[in-house]
Design a binder for this molecule. Sequence first.
Ligand SMILES: Cc1cc2nc3c(=O)[nH]c(=O)nc-3n(C[C@H](O)[C@H](O)[C@H](O)COP(=O)(O)OP(=O)(O)OC[C@H]3O[C@@H](n4cnc5c(N)ncnc54)[C@H](O)[C@@H]3O)c2cc1C
Length: 392
Amino acid sequence: MPQPISVVVIGAGIAGLATAVELARRGVGSITVVDKAYPASGSSGLSVGVYNRQYVDADELAIRALGAEIIEGHERDGRIAITHNGYLRIARDASIIPSFEHGVAIQEDAGLPESRLLEPSEIARVVPDMNLDGVVAGLWGAADGYLDGHALCTLYVDDAADLGIAVRLREEVVGHSVRSSGTHVVTTSSGDLEADVVVNAAGAWADSVGDILGRPVPLVPQRHECFVFQLAKPTGYVIPTVMDYVVGDPQPGLNFRGEGDRQLLATLHTNDVIADVGASDPDTYFRGVVGDHVEDMAALLIEALPSLSDMGYYSGWAGLYPLSEDNYPILGPSTAGDGIFFTCGLGGNGIQNGPAAGRITADWILDGRPTCLERATLLGIDRFSPTAEEAR
Ligand SMILES: Cc1cc2nc3c(=O)[nH]c(=O)nc-3n(C[C@H](O)[C@H](O)[C@H](O)COP(=O)(O)OP(=O)(O)OC[C@H]3O[C@@H](n4cnc5c(N)ncnc54)[C@H](O)[C@@H]3O)c2cc1C
């Protein structure tokens, strides 16, 4: 891209804010972030904030490790609080163990903080209250943790202010055209914004914003509920994040973590686009939790943590995973090479991956490739083109 350039970023969630800040840090002087509501008003304010490195695929691990590195850099700078409660993936079938061993090996190769394969007796030490019937092994990362999605977005809002980025709130993008010079005109509810580059970082709305930009995005806004349970007495330790789901399983799996030592946050997690969880309209979906689901979740938690069975339901909410068709993020330029870029499709991992996604998109815009993580070329929207499908 010839520089200096001007950029409009659509969306003030973690993806859009991180993209804008990374661009400004690299010297782009004219950046506007526009959001139809306010920072973290979409999925970024509705997450449970977990990040981890317990992956068994090197490509997946690479972006998550970059995300973790950036987040932990903010922690070292004293800018965000992280609870390092650890992350445990559960295997209930011995056939999973080689993939967990591979996960440990690729983390070692990447020089990441220690990850270990745990025997059930060792799992009992990290989650003393857990029912280990049927559990054959765990993939454990003690350094992983959780943080607050609002706090992370606020950190980037502060950076945006310091770096001279204009953040325009309560302003909806409603139209788009391109001048003969190639300049984009983004029409919002308050007027027109001109820019050389437009970034679609609209989360669960990225498909409708894609339609406005004339660059469709294959995306499913998938509704997920989070349940908060109050424990009858303090556990004396923060329960680690436990993921009882194996990637590729057709059914969502139980995922829970402690919030302090008196509460549990629980969700049903899947990386897959599945009908059971349901696609939802991001403007009208039900933000509460369904009553029957509270009972179902209570039963699952009591089975998983029988010694904490006197827990009580406290509250809950629902939010959206902005899920691409293959559940990987969509990062990089449009296939038309017209100055439209994507930082979207972050699914159920956007708090962790958003800071990395922002850096990768900034590289695409300024270097023409993802300099900070070359394997992120795999995450381009071109993978959904008919030619790419034929090649697969
Ligand atoms: C229940 C739940 C639990 C989760 N837990 C985790 C977790 O533990 N760890 C993790 O890493 N991730 C988690 N996630 C996923 C994570 O929250 C998302 O992947 C991430 O927040 C997506 O960020 P985003 O910036 O892409 O989208 P968003 O945060 O939704 O931001 C998009 C923004 O675009 C704006 N916008 C949309 N349309 C327009 C328009 N036309 N004009 C202007 N602005 C527009 C919206 O107002 C919104 O602010 C969870 C999600 C849910 C729902």
